[in-house]
Design a protein around this ligand. Structure first.
Ligand code: ADP
Ligand code: MG
Length: 242
C-alpha cells in the first residue's frame, strides 16, 4: 500500500513532538536521567532508539507512551499537549492512539491468544462484543497465528507469544506503536521474524513505530535511528522518505 499523503500536501504530519524533555528521579538524591531531549516523529515513520544500558531509552519511551510524566518540557501527541490533559484524557489518548510491545510480552497467562488480543478493545469499550472477537481474530491472522487463537498463551513459544503481543498492540489501530526491546528475549532467527512483522505492519498499515533496541543488526535496518547516551541524543541518522 502506498503511504498516506498528508492532507495539506506538505509532507507527513507530526504525531509526536517532544520539546526539551527532562526527567529527574529522587528528591534527596536527584538523578537527572533525561537532559533536554527534542524529538519529532511523523506519521508512518519506523524509528529505532538505541544507546547503552542506562542511557534513558525506557524512560523516554514511557514518557512518549504517557505512562509517566516529564519533569521538564512538554510532549505533544497528535497535536495535543499531554501535560495539560486530565488522567482520564491521557488514558483515553493512550488507548486510542498508542500501542505497546514490551520485552517480556506482558500477556495474561490465564487467557487465550484471542482473548489477549481483544483486551485493549475490551478496556476501551467496557463489555465484550462480537466485533472485538472478529477484529482480534483478523489480527492474529495477520501475524500468522490464526490456528493458535484458542491456545492459552502459556502453550505458545516465545516467538509466538511476541506475535500475540504485536497483534494486541495493533488491534485498536494505533497511529504509533512503542516497543521496548521487543526482541530482547528471543533468539536471532525469531528476532528477525518479529522485526519483519513490525516492518510489514508499518508498511501495510502506515502505523508509526518507535523501537528500543540494543541490537545493531536490527537498528541498521531501520530507516531512522536515534542514539542516546547519558540522557541526551548523541547522534541521529534519518533516511526516511520525507
Ligand atoms: N524509577 C526510577 N527511579 C530512579 N532511577 C531510575 C528509575 N527508572 C530509571 N532510573 C534510572 O534512570 C537511568 C535510565 O534508565 P532507563 O531509562 O531504564 O535506561 P535504558 O532503558 O536506556 O537502559 C538509569 O540510571 C536508571 O537507573
Ligand atoms: Mg530499557
Amino acid at each position: 500500500m502506498a503511504e498516506m499523503p498528508a492532507p495539506n500536501g506538505t509532507g507527513r504530519g507530526v504525531i509526536v513532538r517532544a520539546e526539551r524533555i527532562g526527567k529527574t528521579y529522587g528528591e534527596r538524591v536527584v538523578t537527572e536521567v533525561l537532559k533536554g531531549i527534542d524529538f519529532e516523529l511523523k506519521q508512518g515513520e519506523f524509528c529505532a532508539l538505541t544507546g547503552p544500558s542506562g542511557s534513558g531509552k525506557t524512560t523516554f519511551l514511557n514518557l512518549v507512551g504517557l505512562l509517566d510524566q516529564p519533569t521538564n518540557g512538554r510532549i505533544l501527541i497528535d497535536g495535543q499537549d499531554t501535560g495539560a490533559l486530565s488522567d482520564a484524557a491521557r488514558t483515553d489518548l493512550r488507548g486510542t492512539r498508542l500501542g505497546f510491545v514490551f520485552q517480556f510480552h506482558h500477556l495474561l497467562p490465564a487467557f487465550t491468544a484471542l482473548e489477549n488480543v481483544m483486551m485493549p478493545l475490551l478496556a476501551q469499550h467496557g463489555r465484550p462484543a462480537a466485533w472485538m472477537r472478529e477484529k482480534a481474530a483478523a489480527l492474529l491472522d495477520e501475524v500468522g497465528l490464526s490456528e493458535r487463537a484458542r491456545y492459552r498463551v502459556t502453550d505458545l513459544s516465545g516467538g509466538q507469544q511476541q506475535r500475540v503481543a504485536v497483534a494486541r498492540a495493533l488491534v485498536a489501530d494505533p497511529m504509533l506503536v512503542l516497543a521496548d526491546e521487543p526482541t530482547g528475549n528471543l533468539d536471532t532467527e525469531t528476532s528477525s521474524q518479529v522485526m519483519e512483522l513490525l516492518r510489514d505492519s508499518n508498511r501495510h498499515r502506515g502505523t508509526a513505530f518507535l523501537i528500543v533496541t540494543h541490537d545493531e543488526g536490527i537498528s541498521s535496518q531501520c530507516p531512522r535511528v536515534i542514539h542516546m547516551v547519558d540522557g541526551r541524543v548523541d547522534w541521529e541518522r534519518n533516511d526516511s522518505p520525507t
